[in-house]
Design a protein around this ligand. Structure first.
Ligand code: DLZ
Length: 162
């Protein structure tokens, strides 16, 4: 492998930096609360383990994942925030509700981030069933809430450095 390619594939410089002093909002959906509660615990752990202070983490609970978009927009009225973490769980049902919610939430969250020029992290599980969701909320596939927190820290630092 050429040295240029080798350097491009070396992400060691992207090790997670400290979250001390950074301000976050977590917006969490109450639908499928067993799952989203576990994602929330994971997100808190991810932030606190990297040095974030509890008083710098705001929490907004919204009814369902669809409302994560509005919740993020409301959170970002606070201009001091460095990043928003959205947490939700949409489980495939027998209607097309799943597709509409997933599309709206993914697109909406991306849009809110662009409008406010702030990182808004997509920590929403979209699964076929509850078991798959629990596997990703502290089960055998880890905790995607914690991963979302790490992503938020990384993006907050990238945002600040440009
Ligand atoms: C209505 C609905 C359905 C059927 N399923 C889910 C789901 O699996 N996960 C979720 O977070 N929310 C669900 N909702 C609620 C919608 O997100 C939203 O709260 C309502 O449509 C009201 O806008």
């Amino acid at each position: 492998m050429s040295s240029t390619l080798k350097n491009l594939s070396d992400f060691s410089h992207l090790q997670v930096k400290s979250a001390a002093g950074l301000k976050f909002a977590i917006v969490v959906s109450q639908w499928n609360a067993e799952v989203t509660g576990a994602l929330l615990n994971g997100a808190y752990k991810g932030l606190l383990d990297h040095g974030a202070q509890e008083e710098n983490i705001a929490l907004i609970e919204v009814p369902g994942s669809f409302e994560l978009v509005a919740g993020s927009d409301i959170a970002l009225r606070n201009k001091e925030l460095d990043a928003v973490i959205t947490l939700g769980c949409v489980i495939q049902g027998e209607t097309r509700h799943f597709d509409f919610i997933c599309d709206a939430v993914a697109n909406g969250i991306a849009q809110v981030g662009i409008q406010h020029n702030k990182p808004v992290i997509f920590g929403v599980l979209t699964t076929d069933n509850l078991e798959q969701a629990l596997d990703r909320a502290g089960g055998k596939h880890g905790n995607k809430g914690e991963e979302a927190a790490i992503t938020a820290i990384q993006m907050a630092h990238i945002h600040k450095s440009y």
